[in-house]
Design a protein around this ligand. Sequence first.
Ligand code: BV8
Ligand code: ZN
Length: 240
Amino acid sequence: MVVSVQQAREWIRAAQRVAALTGAGISAESGVPTFRGAGGLWRNWRPEDLATPQAFARDPKTVWEWYQWRRRLLAKVEPNPAHFALAQLERNTPGFWLITQNVDGLHDRAGSRKILKIHGDIWMVRCQVCGAEARDERLEFPEMPPRCRCGGLLRPGVVWFGEALPQDVWEAAEEAAAHCEVLLVVGASAVVYPAAGLIPLAKSAGAKVIEVNTEETPYSKQADLCLRGKAGELLPGLVE
Ligand code: BV8
Ligand code: ZN
């Protein structure tokens, strides 16, 4: 492992343009349950039962209870060394972009600024009727499901299954992946699309792909380097 960490450090240090694609695994050491792992968010519920427009239309109260449960948990956790390492990498590398599938806000809290939130942000809410979008960090709403001043139903500002990703953010993520010299894939199971497609996109554009994950993923074989271990332990060593 030492050799490959050293090799990863060299590739990252030599690169002008670096991109990172993060998934739930980067927040695991902060105490945030991942989706698929043991005790994962989806152990108790199935995503199609909660993270879809159909689920919300059928039972907005239950869907909001799941999101408030997650928001309350997130309000109690802190970014971990992996989040801080990526914020440091951004400061070291002018051509750095952070592409995250996570909606938890931990990258912001760790100091990252160039963040492309391709699946939205759990701290944002949007009105189904008037479209008003705002940051809303209330852990208790006066009523459930919460309503907009216009009377319309508020929804979490995240991308559900079956929904298109925010166009401008997704295009910027494709641009970053297609032009980077190194793509760091951290804590992503790489089974959700189109996000996972950023990995072969970067690879086909000539980037070195470095996977940081405790387990194998469908893209491990295509990666130029696989650092098998915890992001919070490995990432600080990759960054000056
Ligand atoms: C779309 C926000 C079309 C909400 C999320 C069949 C085949 C292929 C694709 C599809 C298909 N059927 C349907 C689809 C499309 C679907 C999809 O990909 N489904 C999958 C399940 C097959 N995709 C969509 O629906 C997307 N939209 O396609 O729209 C369209 C186009 C135009 C117009 C209209 C419509 C939307 C997908 C976004 C869904 N929203 N999140 C919320 O969070 O509530 S997805 C959510 O799950 C996350 O955002 C993330 O993307 C995904 C979970 O993945 P991970 O983040 O990787 O987390 P996971 O738990 O899976 O893995 C954790 C990893 O970390 C593991 O590898 C583990 O080993 C590792 N790890 C754990 N601990 C550590 C660690 N690594 C390092 N250190 C540690 N300590
Ligand atoms: Zn409204």
